[in-house]
Ligand binder design. Structure first.
Ligand code: NAD
Length: 256
């Protein structure tokens, strides 16, 4: 359903971004994957996606903490019909001990990058009269947890930016929405399981259910495929009138 559309997915050489890139490629879109590194394995990921789905896939290195690099990514891609702002990092510390550098990097990568890429992508979308912007926020774009001040502030900001973008593009064939994942089993989360098992002296299944998924009523991880499927849905004609909203994919977390 996405043949002839070009998609840029920021922060997509692993985890949710890669899952989204996969589903977009499966749906026939040309895809640009991105991270800040420029290693042979990054380009190999693009070649693998292209071969498996028979679509054009390029890897473009760009550091999403740098506003000029965010805008250059869109330019190097040749513009895009679908923009998925997914790059994100986390740091956990009490506010009064939160390193200023970590605060600034989280706001830059998780929030400011979406402003820059959106600003760069909109003129091309307006010229074509079609565009889809999907911002990957989080359950933490709608609720808070202690010790995640920068992340929660950035993700609430992403939800607000999505609403404003929706209002500025309404009626122009362009939609903008936020997707709010709960806990998703990405390599990042997988890597935390052995530590949590040690700290809590629990087996894998118990630590996942009782500790990691304590706030997710389904007690099941969301998957990167489900994130990709939600993005593809938002890019489909069924979602033409869905704009300015935040879609939770969180096993009921934010219903609590
Ligand atoms: P991840 O670490 O696997 O992916 C993050 C991606 O961003 C990677 O591809 C990484 O290379 C890239 N990235 C980091 N810094 C970058 C930079 N400066 N420039 C360009 N790219 C950069 O983590 P993930 O779990 O897949 O997270 C993806 C998004 O989903 C993030 O925005 C995160 O906040 C959000 N999210 C994740 C979860 C979860 O449970 N995993 C839950 C809610 C929201």
């Amino acid at each position: 359903i996405l043949q002839g559309k070009r998609a840029v997915v920021t922060g997509s050489n692993s985890g949710i971004g890669l899952g989204i890139a996969e589903e977009l490629a499966k749906a026939g879109a040309e895809v640009i994957i991105n991270s800040f590194t420029d290693r042979p394995e990054d380009h190999a990921l693009a070649a693998d996606l292209a071969a498996r789905h028979g679509v054009a896939v390029r890897y473009i290195a760009a550091d999403m903490s740098d506003g000029a690099a965010c805008r250059a990514l869109i330019e190097q891609a040749g513009g895009c019909d679908i923009l998925v702002n997914n790059a994100g990092i986390q740091h956990v510390a009490p506010i009064d001990e939160f390193p200023v550098d970590a605060w600034n990097r989280i706001i830059a990568i998780n929030l400011n990058s979406a402003f820059h890429t959106t600003a760069a992508a909109l003129p091309g979308m307006r010229a074509k009269g079609w565009g889809r912007i999907v911002n990957v926020a989080s359950a933490h774009g709608l609720t808070a947890s202690p010790f995640k001040s920068a992340y929660v502030a950035a993700k609430h900001g992403v939800v607000g930016l999505s609403k404003t973008t929706a209002l500025e593009t309404a009626g122009q064939g362009i939609t903008c929405n936020a997707v709010c994942p709960g806990y998703v089993l990405t390599p990042l989360v997988e890597a935390q399981i052995p530590d949590q098992m040690k700290v809590h002296n629990m087996d894998r299944e118990t630590v996942i259910r009782e500790v990691m998924l304590q706030r997710q009523p389904s007690r099941q991880f969301a998957t990167t495929e489900q994130m990709g499927g939600t993005v593809v849905f938002l890019c489909s004609p069924h979602a033409d009138q869905i704009t300015g909203t935040a879609i939770s994919v969180d096993g009921g977390w934010t219903a609590l």
